[in-house]
Ligand binder design. Structure first.
Ligand code: FMN
Length: 195
């Protein structure tokens, strides 16, 4: 494993859209998620939970996504060959991603607490992405309409009243790493108040 400095990892990590067919071994993913879990967490709540869909486990996950898109009107439900083609290509695309990690947390009644838990989960996700990069593993952080659909949350076996899906990470070894598009100068966003 090539060791890269954390500062380099922060800059060099890219969102990966194209994956090799090879799966990331469970022991490696456990190590990566362990690094993720060193994220800061108010009250030591460690609010993150992960459902990892891989191998045949992806089938029901993808079925739930398609059913959700039909429920919310993003996909039609008829037998029209056009509709069937769209469904088939979406299914193929999602099944081609080696692993999907759905990240969820328990909802809080209090909006401040809710924000804190979501913030900690996002810190977990970014730590995870950076650790993955160190292992040569690529990820794509996705937030998509089905995550906000209660029916989808129930279909994957979670209580939608209690649980919130924060993201789904697409995971695998990068087939292609996109070029670095850089970032704007921080000076444009930084206001220093010294007195
Ligand atoms: C909260 C969040 C949600 C995102 N959702 C998506 C998504 O649904 N689809 C996608 O292609 N990229 C998604 N991204 C990734 C961004 O597109 C990506 O970070 C951005 O283009 C910068 O590229 P880089 O990560 O390679 O630097 C998301 C990123 C964040 C932080």
């Amino acid at each position: 494993m090539k060791h890269i400095d954390i500062l380099q990892a922060i800059k060099q990590r890219r969102s990966i859209h194209n994956f090799k067919q090879e799966e990331v071994k469970e022991v490696i993913l456990k190590e990566i998620f362990t690094y993720g879990s060193y994220a800061p967490t108010h009250y030591m709540k460690e609010p993150w939970n992960i459902k990892l869909f891989q191998k045949e486990g992806k089938q029901a996950f993808v079925d739930a996504i398609i059913a959700s898109y039909q429920r919310i009107g993003m996909l039609k439900e008829d037998d029209d060959p056009k509709t069937q083609k769209m469904i088939a290509s979406m299914r193929d695309f999602l099944l081609a991603v080696p692993q999907h990690a759905l990240i969820y947390f328990e909802k809080e009644e209090d909006p401040v607490r809710y924000e804190e838990e979501y913030a900690a989960v996002c810190a977990f996700i970014q730590n995870t992405q950076l650790a993955a990069w160190e292992y040569g593993v690529g990820m794509l952080w996705t937030v998509t309409p089905y995550m906000h659909d209660e029916g989808f949350v129930e279909d994957i076996g979670l209580d939608s009243k209690r649980m919130k899906v924060a993201a789904v990470m697409q995971i695998g070894y990068p087939e292609r790493v996109p070029r670095d598009r850089g970032r704007n100068r921080i000076e444009d966003k930084l206001e220093i108040i010294s007195e």
